[in-house]
Ligand binder design. Structure first.
Ligand code: ZN
Length: 465
């Protein structure tokens, strides 16, 4: 109790020290209920290209994690590259929500104006946006606790939402989770508490399930700096050897170059924090966070963007800040259609699509997980710089296949379809075996008819009554 009083005192001092207003989220910031209404309206006005759905539900209050899909034929999963833009994982970093909501509204406006680029993106991509990765935390901020960061997980299981609670949803993925074992990560009251184990939080499970289903080429996660640098995007990665890694990620040059192109298009707002543009910085593998998970498993160009220089920025600057992010957001849509490799992997006998590992031998090390084709279409995709690559396709019980001299140009992805040969193919029936099979089926059909008739007669005769 004494501890609680002390914390309450510290909080009240810090609030009164940091702000002379009452600690309300300024009205310009989107409430969860506002977002739900806006997105519902967009779906109603654009039913062919906008689908509002639920990615998952929050851990404690089961608040839906709103997911918007923007694509033609929006009600089916097409064989198109997926792009994933998210915000709001840290509840008080509310600018991320604004950046996502603004992007969603902007692309529909451009589509309505028949902007050819917007039409091309909607037609060629599946664009998924999640404005609130942590919706229940955002509602805490809306209700006045403007420094709340985590979700509301009931850590001490006492049924009361208090300062013991909450898990940092950007620390609860499994990839790299065990590396951070400091007090900040393991103390439930800490702002960056990582949870008792990876994937204890339903928000993280939902995000991972999305990743495995769609394997996005680009994945963005918008933050604002609670501590740390303003106006920066972090790309994957560097992994220290004393923490189990092998240094630079195997796509270092590619990720750096895409991230630099992206950040060079985001103008800093002079009254905000800086002049010039945002900067690209290499991130460390040192915790179970979003970009590590998406790059580590899928090879996504996965960036965490720190918007502005503070969490809840002066309302007068918000419109300018979020508008400045649009060029970067559109650039990554364009890049998703740009240089790389793609193709469909099939079983050479059945011609059915299969999930198999695709290695780019120039871009591989021991730290990344196998990049797999999607099981539904057998489709793999990877962003690459123009160049000459060697690809290797692997799957248990199939012969490995290596294809060299694959030329990637700046024009767009190079197509390399693959037939993988099973080591022990299912034997194809011979002609006489087919004959016997057909005879057996005919006999079975006769027998079935006879049995049904027998039952019918018996039933009709009243023997079963
Ligand atoms: Zn954050």
């Amino acid at each position: 109790m004494r501890r609680f009083c002390l914390l309450a005192l510290i909080v009240s001092i810090s609030i009164s020290a940091s702000s002379d207003s009452d600690a309300q989220l300024p009205g310009i910031y989107t409430r969860y209920s506002d977002a739900l209404q806006t997105l519902t309206d967009l779906q109603a006005s654009h039913p062919e290209i906008c689908k509002l759905d639920t990615l998952g539900y929050s851990t404690r209050d089961s608040v839906p994690m709103l997911r918007v899909k923007i694509s033609d034929n929006v009600n089916i999963d097409e064989d198109e590259p997926a792009v994933f833009y998210c915000g709001g994982v840290h509840a008080d970093e509310v600018l991320g929500v604004e950046v996502i909501m603004n992007f969603i509204q902007d692309i529909f406006t451009r589509y309505d104006e028949e902007d050819p680029d917007a039409v091309a993106y909607v037609t060629s991509l599946e664009i998924f946006c999640v404005p609130f990765i942590n919706p229940e935390g955002h509602i805490v901020v809306e209700e006045g606790d403007t420094e709340w960061r985590k979700n509301k997980c009931d850590n001490d299981d006492n049924g009361i939402f208090d300062f013991h609670d909450g898990v940092d949803n950007n620390r609860n993925y499994d990839f790299g989770w065990s590396i951070d074992d400091g007090l900040n990560a393991t103390t439930p009251e800490s702002l960056t508490y990582k949870g008792e184990a990876p994937f204890t939080q339903s928000e993280n499970i939902a995000m991972a399930e999305f990743g495995w289903r769609y394997r996005p080429l680009v994945a963005l996660d918008y933050h604002s700096p609670t501590y740390g640098r303003p106006n920066v995007a972090y790309y994957p990665w560097y992994w220290y050897s004393n923490e189990g890694g092998h240094g630079y990620g195997p796509d270092e040059n590619l990720m750096q170059s895409i991230c630099q192109s992206f950040t060079s298009l985001i103008e800093a707002i002079p009254d905000d924090s800086a002049t010039g543009t945002y900067t690209a910085r290499r991130a460390l593998v040192n915790k179970g966070d979003f970009k590590t998970y998406f790059y580590g498993n899928f090879g996504s160009a996965a960036f965490s963007v720190e918007v502005s220089d503070t969490t809840i920025q002066d309302p007068a600057l918000v419109d300018e800040i979020i508008a400045a992010h649009l060029p970067g957001q559109y650039y990554l849509l364009e890049r998703a259609l740009g240089p790389g490799i793609t193709g469909i992997i099939r079983n050479s006998f059945t011609l059915l699509p299969i999930e198999a590992e695709v290695q780019v031998l120039e871009h591989i090390n021991a730290d990344i997980n196998p990049r797999l084709s999607r099981p539904d279409y057998g489709r793999y995709r990877r962003l690459l710089a123009p160049g000459n690559y060697t690809l290797r396709f692997l799957k248990d019980d199939y012969f490995t296949q290596t294809i060299g001299n694959v030329i990637v140009t700046s024009a767009g992805p190079t197509e390399v379809d693959v037939l993988l040969e099973p080591v022990n193919p299912e034997p194809v029936p011979t002609l006489s075996e087919w004959g016997m099979l057909i005879m057996a089926l005919i006999l079975l059909a006769f027998a079935t008819v006879a049995i049904i008739r027998g039952y019918g007669a018996a039933y009709g005769s009243g023997r079963f009554l």
